[in-house]
Design a protein around this ligand. Structure first.
Ligand code: GLY
Ligand code: MN
Ligand code: MN
Length: 470
């Protein structure tokens, strides 16, 4: 886990890369209904990057002029100690973190104004709306957490991203631990799968496994026989033996580092001939992209490589017509693979996605406007230390494959009649979807798959499914 020393080094690097004071907020407790009933606290990821285990409501002023970092914390009161337990004193925190000073949170606006003088103070909007409102009042910036272009000053965001983009060994160790917990959760869910139980029973086992290891879900667990609904977070379906279960779930460590893994398996323990064909194409698309990982490769080219494998495979099955290059060029493949091949991962499951394409797309690169590829979240040239997911999939989505416009546009390239057979198979339940997702570290020697221990070879998956018995 990144220690105080690591965090101090990161703060020094950040101070060296800014030329005006920057105020960062951890964010505080957020209520789930009435004010005192809180959601679990989760500090903003940039704050977590610079401070291990930050307190709710913490703020930090980085001042490049005197190379100081001032940490602002809530005052310690007996009442807080009563309800929430004792916390270390300001003096203890100063010593443990190595910051220049620890001040009262109530004095934030006044002390920032005094220290900054006439200099512009910059801030970065966070999920907690009260913290962002305070930041706006102090900096007078037009910040908005929900609008990537207004999250913060581009130079400040680039400086943060420059540090957060490359994983150091301590971060990789955390991600490996998150991967190991995630492996256990996925294998438990596979082993306990059987017809006649509800999705929520397996989802509970997944999240229970995270909890047993002191982790939380890094994002809402997707566990569904309706895998074609990409971000399906409902868990109410009954498992039939002709269904495929798609599980997209990853553990987040207390440090904030996480995993993001998808596996798909048959409820019966045996892939049907159609499911086997589709599974093999998705696995080939995933492995093709992973094997192409090395420094200097453009991430979009991994997406296109996966897309071509999918287009070729679907053409061999008669669902598409034409060459892989032509199908990917026109975007016909995206009717079955309608999302990007992945995203950065680290402290956020979609790391720094809130900063927008300023970070995720290389200089001068713009998002495609073509359906499918427009959802590609990342288009950087890979560098050693970058960590990202590779997650191709094939889905049979009624709303897409029965869409009149798409039917017209891709009449010559998609066999919609054959697609309809997939939409109506399994007693009209439809095929669903297959996605396979791993977390990959780019090294000088090529790819390192942090989540490689989660079974994905078809026979290994079949052997595991249902193996826990009743
Ligand atoms: N779990 C969401 C994703 O794979 O991006
Ligand atoms: Mn992902
Ligand atoms: Mn995922």
């Amino acid at each position: 886990m990144p220690t105080s020393q690591h965090c101090k080094r990161r703060r020094e690097q950040f101070l060296a890369s800014i030329d005006t004071p920057v105020l960062l907020m951890a964010g505080g407790w957020m209520s789930r209904n009435y004010p005192a009933n809180w959601c679990p606290y989760r500090a903003d990821s940039t704050f977590l990057f610079f401070f291990p285990n930050p307190e709710p409501n913490a703020a930090a002023l980085f001042d490049p002029k005197d190379e100081s970092v001032t940490l602002f914390l809530d005052e310690r009161t007996p009442e807080d100690a009563l309800w929430h337990g004792p916390v270390p004193s300001f003096a203890e925190i100063k010593k443990a973190t190595g910051v220049s000073a620890v001040e009262k949170r109530a004095d934030l606006a006044a002390l920032v104004a005094k220290k900054a003088g006439k200099r512009q103070v910059r801030g970065v909007a966070v999920a907690d709306p009260r913290a962002t409102a305070e930041l706006k009042a102090i900096t007078k910036e037009r910040l908005d957490f929900a609008t990537a272009k207004k999250v913060g000053d581009p130079d400040v965001l680039r400086a943060i991203a420059g540090l957060r983009c490359h994983r150091d060994p301590e971060e990789i160790a955390e991600m490996r631990t998150a991967a190991a917990v995630t492996r256990e959760a996925h294998t438990v869910a596979m082993a306990r799968t059987r017809p006649g139980i509800y999705e929520q029973e397996l989802a509970g086992l997944v999240e229970g496994t995270f909890a047993r290891h002191g982790c939380v879900p890094a994002y809402n667990t997707i566990l569904s026989v309706r895998g074609e609904v990409l971000h399906n977070t409902a868990h109410h379906n009954l498992l039939h033996d002709t269904d495929l279960v798609l599980l997209d779930a990853g553990a987040e460590r207390p440090s904030g580092y996480c995993a993001d893994v998808t596996r798909t398996w048959p409820v019966s323990g045996r892939f049907s001939p159609e499911a086997r064909d589709i599974y093999d194409i998705v696995l080939a698309a995933e492995i093709t992209a992973i094997e192409a990982v090395k420094p200097g490769v453009r991430y979009r080219d991994l997406h296109l490589a996966s897309s071509r494998v999918i287009a070729d495979g679907l053409a061999q099955l008669g669902l598409l017509k034409g060459s892989a290059d032509d199908l990917v060029e026109s975007g016909a493949h995206a009717l079955f693979f309608p999302h990007g091949v992945g995203h950065l991962i680290g402290l956020d499951v979609h790391d720094m996605e809130g900063f927008g394409d300023l970070v995720a797309y290389g200089p001068g690169r713009k998002r495609s406007t073509q359906f499918g590829t427009a959802y590609l979240r990342l288009d950087l040239d890979l560098e050693p230390g970058m960590c990202f997911t590779i997650e191709p999939g094939i889905y049979f989505v009624p709303a897409i494959l029965r869409d009149a416009e798409f039917k017209k546009q891709f009449k010559g390239q998609v066999d919609f009649k054959r697609a309809e057979q997939f939409l109506t198979m399994n007693s009209l339940r439809g095929f669903g979807g297959v996605r396979i997702e791993d977390d990959v570290l780019c090294t000088n020697n090529g790819p390192e798959v942090l989540t490689a221990a989660v079974p994905k070879e078809r026979l290994a998956v079949e052997a595991l499914v249902g193996s826990a018995g009743l």
